[in-house]
Design a protein around this ligand. Sequence first.
Ligand SMILES: Cc1cc2nc3c(=O)[nH]c(=O)nc-3n(C[C@H](O)[C@H](O)[C@H](O)COP(=O)(O)O)c2cc1C
Length: 224
Amino acid sequence: MKKTLIYLAAMALMASCSMEQQTESQATATPIEAGDIIQLQTPSKQGGATINEALWNRQSSREYANEPLTLEELSGVMWAAAGVNRPDGHLTAPSALALYPIQTYAFLESGVYLYDATTNTLNRKVEGDFRHLATLQDFANTASLNLVYIADLSVYEGRNIDANKITVLCGMDAAGYAENVNLYTAAYGLKSITRGGAKAEQILSLLQLDTTRYSFILAQTIGK
Ligand SMILES: Cc1cc2nc3c(=O)[nH]c(=O)nc-3n(C[C@H](O)[C@H](O)[C@H](O)COP(=O)(O)O)c2cc1C
């Protein structure tokens, strides 16, 4: 009798686990609905490979399928890059002097979006497919996501930091964002590459950003 009860309890647990898995796997394939605002999902505290597995898997990829990310994947990537992870509003990536000069633009087929970490949204700045501007290499033109890291140099005003040092700091901040993404993609079976090459002048012009204040720092391709 006791054995039967244990067996029934185990079966019930397995059934509930399998239902959870089903719900999870269904929930992990939400298509991205292109609009002026893409509300990203709340990042999970669980999931992905271990940090060691991610480090073992990390590598740069230069071949991508023309296949969109799911909303879950896009949400995870954006949060890894520059998401809020503490009540004080600080981010997943560090920033020199906590000045956060880096703005993260997502180039999707449906437009160019600016990531807002506080609302966890992507806000469209320009409609249309401009992924080709985010790169000098053809493989990125049709990969589902390209990130462009642009520094707002005004955050350094009044800090008495020389221009060369500011350039280095911006590069380091952006590299932290990008490497967070590289580890996230490695942990979730996605591909990515950090890239220095992009059509920087055209990007700044498209986004109507003042070149005395904003500077292209780094780009990145993410996809499958
Ligand atoms: C700051 C930075 C800029 C890079 N720029 C490019 C680039 O423009 N194009 C490219 O194909 N790879 C670029 N890479 C990727 C490197 O070529 C790559 O990391 C290197 O070959 C080592 O390969 P792995 O990342 O697979 O270990 C860049 C990497 C870094 C860190």
